[in-house]
Design a protein around this ligand. Structure first.
Ligand SMILES: C[S@@+](CC[C@H](N)C(=O)[O-])C[C@H]1O[C@@H](n2cnc3c(N)ncnc32)[C@H](O)[C@@H]1O
Length: 389
């Protein structure tokens, strides 16, 4: 079953160059395969994995890794990944490394392979430096000897992470889906109520990867719009102000933690026509609670637009999962194994339980739900539909 609610796919904003996307997927797989071998090479070089011809038990390997509190889930996920990839093989209840691990032992070999990969797959070249940087420091991070933030954002720079966002056929497509969904709802509301102002609130806006395309799509409605750019991190609000503040009097900036009730943080419940949350809700301790808070912000009939990863991808486990925040979800929260994510079916259930109706999933046309790396959900807060009244 394909995931997309085709009849509801919003506007030409959301067109995808299928050929380019297919090439992106092939290249992404090549980068991921490189990353898995890199991981095995680093763990072998650190003496964590058994040397060629020897075996070790899983507990023994974890003990050699000396995992710091908070990183147990990551360590398990990494060993599972190596086993799935055949880089670590079961041998009578013990584990041995495969021959494929040997090639990437030294830094020079890594640099040469990384450069070749970037040449062969220019469309995903931006993914390689982050992967190499994360794997170079992985053992230090897992042991608690290096802060993950310093690896992902060295010296406070967002360059390593931003490189992924540049001219990225997949991320651009999903951002345009978000823009189309927000724009469509605002448009319908303003047509229906020509004397009203539409209220849009973005949660976890961060570096504004989704904000930019959404604000561009809404530019023709700016004089009848209030866009509230929020994040839990004050640094992101400063960044947001610099990027999106000048020349846009309709955009405001405020701190909001989606793990807390809106009313307790100065936001009027039931005041928003649209709430947008792009790549943020998986980072909360309880998605069920965060969704209830998003619902509380919305007027009856208002929509929540969620952009989320809906498959566990090893590339993310090798990079973003180094951040402690990736693993902060509660033990009893239903998430995809070895990740903080939900799949498409999981989001539908969570949204329905939080009081949303008419839940629609938008993603790459023609792919099955379990093949979708990312999905945009549009769900309506229960109550009369304001845009169509
Ligand atoms: C992966 S970034 C995504 C940023 C942006 N939405 C995008 O898609 O480019 C996650 C963002 O969510 C924010 N965040 C994490 N937990 C949050 C919470 N409990 N409430 C609000 N924002 C949160 C982080 O500060 C960060 O800016």
């Amino acid at each position: 079953m394909t995931v997309t609610d085709a009849e509801a796919t919003p506007s030409p904003l959301a067109e995808l160059d299928q050929e380019r996307y297919a090439q992106f997927r092939v290249s992404f797989d090549a980068v991921t395969d490189f990353g898995r071998r890199l991981l095995a090479g680093r763990l072998a070089a650190a003496g964590v994995l058994p040397v060629a011809g020897r075996t070790a038990g899983r507990e023994e390997i974890l003990a050699r890794l000396a995992v710091a509190p908070g990183y147990e889930r990551l360590a398990d996920a990494l060993l599972d990944m190596l086993a799935r990839a055949g880089l670590l093989r079961g041998d009578g209840g013990r584990l041995a490394v495969s021959d494929r691990v040997a090639g990437l032992a030294g830094d020079d070999a890594v640099d040469l392979s990384a450069a070749a990969l970037r040449r062969e797959h220019p469309e995903i070249a931006g993914y390689v430096p982050l992967l190499v940087a994360c794997q170079q420091r992985l053992v230090d991070v897992v042991r608690g000897d290096a802060p993950a933030n310093e690896v992902l954002f060295p010296g406070g720079s967002t360059d390593l992470v931003s490189a992924i966002y540049q001219d990225n056929v997949q991320l651009d497509f999903f951002n345009r889906l978000c823009a189309a969904a927000v724009h469509g709802h605002v448009q319908r509301f303003l047509r229906r109520y020509p004397r009203s102002v539409a209220q849009v609130m973005e949660v976890g806006a961060g570096t504004g990867g989704t904000t930019g395309p959404v604000l561009d799509a809404l530019a023709d409605r700016a004089e009848r719009l209030r866009y509230l750019y929020t994040d839990v991190g004050p640094g992101f609000l400063r960044l947001g102000r610099r990027c999106f503040g000048a020349g846009r009097p309709h955009v405001d900036f405020a701190r909001y933690n989606v793990e807390g009730a809106p009313g307790e943080q100065g936001f009027e419940p039931g005041s928003m026509h649209v709430v947008l949350a792009s790549n943020v809700l998986h980072a909360t301790m309880r998605i069920s609670v965060a969704l209830r808070h998003c619902h509380a912000l919305l007027r009856p009939g208002g929509i929540l637009v969620i952009n989320e990863m809906t498959s566990r991808l090893d590339y993310n486990t090798l990079t973003f999962a180094l951040a402690e925040g990736w693993w902060r979800h509660a033990d009893d929260e239903p998430r995809l194994p070895a990740s903080p994510l939900l799949d498409v079916a999981g989001w539908r259930v969570a949204l329905t339980r939080a009081g949303f109706v008419d839940v629609r999933a938008h993603a790459v046309p023609g792919l099955d739900a379990d093949e979708q790396a990312q999905t945009v959900f549009v769900a309506t807060a229960a109550g009369a539909c304001e845009a169509s009244r």
